[in-house]
Design a binder for this molecule. Structure first.
Ligand code: NDP
Ligand code: GDR
Length: 337
């Protein structure tokens, strides 16, 4: 039974990857950092199957300890400060978490005495201000945010450790991937959640920034399989993972409102300059031919599948939450006082 260590196991991708590896028969270890409440929402159904290790990206010895406790054969380094917006507000912290931590983990791997295969969660944000479309492994980088710059550092350190120390280290250059487990601050989930609330009569406005930005959106469950496939190849390498189809934020809004039967969504949506980024990535479109050729990876979910599954999930979740709030407030109103 191989051992896998996942940093970022409480995040969107970590939860799908943990499910996938458990199904494959791996023993799965997950790095969790201490917080006043354990962020276990996405892995609640797996709590009995995962071994948790207390560690933090900023504390290198805790990463070494995590390697020793897990005796990992494969390390999936998914943990990071992953939100572009926050990276403009906290550029130094983003450098610590998202850039330097990659080196902390790579150095820790160099100091253990068994072979480890390493996956680094790189991103299409490294392409940033794109010069050529679609983007593949040869496309020049031009990041447009502190997050993109930090990830580019992590990418090059992964390449450098592979070249310097013959480490089995892969960088997956993944384009945006979404799911009902996406954080509420990212635009797709912000839209699906707001549209669900509008459908249920709980909200009447959705406030957004740039509706013209274009992204190549895929489904997170498909993308974690590509991470694993990269580590099963004979040689380590870097791969672009994407669907090859781009849509605008406006298209996402359109599809979301269409799903709840609203054609003209203009009364519900407002755009505000405060939500525009200091430097924007206008468009991203990936070419994943290398992954398709090398290990037959293809995405299964379409844009419409993704939008619909997110809205269906959010309608269900918001309705349930409202129901439990009603129960609690009813319980309070019937308390003797
Ligand atoms: P999430 O934001 O959902 O998850 C981030 C994870 O990192 C969480 O588990 C978080 O833990 C953990 N983390 C953050 N800081 C620390 C720390 N100091 N110590 C330990 N753990 C920490 O991200 P996603 O799942 O969406 O993305 C996974 C990775 O892939 C990220 O590195 C992201 O940048 C990258 N990526 C994502 C893409 C996407 O479209 N989703 C595309 C390309 C790359 P906690 O729960 O405690 O906050
Ligand atoms: P991104 O995702 O920056 O591509 O990074 P996000 O969903 O935050 O933004 C996508 C595009 O939508 C525009 N936008 C808005 N974005 C947010 N968050 N909120 C809004 O209200 C809004 N209005 C318009 C943005 O300007 C942007 O152009 C994600 C993250 O998962 C990264 O970790 C990952 O590396 C990349 O995808 C690939």
């Amino acid at each position: 039974m191989p051992n896998a260590l996942i940093t970022g196991i409480t995040g969107q991708d970590g939860s799908y990857l943990a499910e996938f590896l458990l199904q494959k028969g791996y023993r799965v270890y997950g790095v969790v950092r201490r917080a006043s409440t354990f962020n276990s929402e996405r892995i609640h159904h797996l709590l009995d199957e995962i071994e948790f290790i207390d560690a933090d990206l900023l504390d290198q010895l805790s990463l070494l300890r995590a390697l020793r406790l897990s005796r990992a054969d494969e390390v999936y380094n998914l943990a990071a400060m992953s939100f572009v917006g926050t990276s403009f507000a906290q550029p130094v912290a983003t450098g610590e978490y998202t850039a330097l931590s990659v080196t902390r983990m790579l150095e820790a791997i160099r100091f253990v005495d068994w072979p480890i295969r390493f996956y680094q969660a790189s991103t299409s944000e490294m392409f940033g201000k794109v010069q050529t479309t679609p983007q593949n492994e040869q496309t020049p980088f031009h990041p447009r945010s502190p997050y993109g710059v930090a990830k580019l550092y992590g990418h090059w350190m992964t390449v450098n450790f592979r070249e310097s120390y013959d480490l089995f280290a892969c960088s997956g250059i993944l384009f945006n991937h979404e799911s009902p487990r996406r954080g509420l601050e990212f635009v797709t989930r912000k839209i699906s959640h707001a549209v669900a609330r509008i459908h249920l009569g709980l909200q009447d406005k959705l406030t957004l920034g740039n509706l013209d930005a274009r992204r190549d959106w895929g489904f997170a469950g498909d993308y974690v399989q590509a991470m694993w496939l990269m580590l099963q190849q004979e040689k380590p390498d870097d791969y672009v993972i994407s669907t090859g189809v781009a849509h605008s934020v406006r298209d996402f809004v359109d599809a979301a409102f269409d799903y709840i039967g609203i054609d003209d969504w203009s009364p519900y949506v407002e755009t505000v300059p405060q939500l525009l980024r200091p430097a924007e990535v206008d468009q991203l479109l990936g070419d994943a031919s290398k992954a398709r050729q090398k290990f037959s990876w293809v995405p299964t979910a379409t844009f419409e599948d993704i939008v619909h599954s997110m809205i269906e999930h959010d309608i269900r979740q918001v309705a349930q939450a409202e129901e439990s709030i009603k129960k609690v407030s009813y319980a309070f109103t019937t308390q003797p006082c």
